[in-house]
Design a binder for this molecule. Structure first.
Ligand code: CMP
Length: 143
């Protein structure tokens, strides 16, 4: 079954949006299979954002993501990668549609509340950075 990595960034945690975000993904119908709160180390942040190394905003990105705790999650379900990206909205919150998480709650591209994997390859890579296999829970929903 398809899985994606989702992270509520420090601004989302500090603003008390964790419940709202989990609620929206749950309400859509996806299954939460991994969840933890942590403060990222410099090394973890650089690994997670490796593809952005060399970009002008890289240092700002690493400083921000290590500044305060994040909530890291793995969600499972049919089409979950693309669907979570739709729920999040465009990277720049000012361009994100109302009704999306970034469109409803953000105004800064550097503080855009939430991260979600953009492909199956990214999802596998990101899940491995944040979770050991035994931290992901297998269960059936009797709904
Ligand atoms: P995310 O989807 O987590 O992946 C990379 C992040 O870099 C992105 O969200 C934004 O928060 C951030 N980002 C992208 N472009 C810029 C930019 N031009 N200036 C600052 N931050 C950016």
């Amino acid at each position: 079954m398809e899985r994606t990595f989702v992270m509520v960034k420090p601004d989302g945690v500090e603003r008390g949006l964790v419940g709202e975000i989990i609620g929206r993904i749950e309400a859509k119908g996806f299954k939460l299979v991994g969840l933890k709160m942590l403060k990222l180390s410099q090394a973890m942040a650089e690994r997670h954002y490796a593809e952005h190394r060399g970009k002008p905003f890289f240092q700002e990105l690493v400083d921000f993501i290590t500044s305060s705790p994040v909530v890291a999650m793995v969600w499972e379900g049919n089409g979950v990668i693309e669907s979570v990206r739709k729920l999040m909205g465009k990277t720049n919150p000012l361009e994100a549609e109302p009704g999306t998480i970034r469109g409803d709650f953000g105004i800064y591209i550097s503080k855009n509340i939430i991260h979600g994997s953009d492909s199956p390859e990214s999802a596998a890579r990101e899940i491995e950075i944040f979770f050991r296999p035994d931290e992901l829970v297998e269960y059936q929903r009797s709904l």
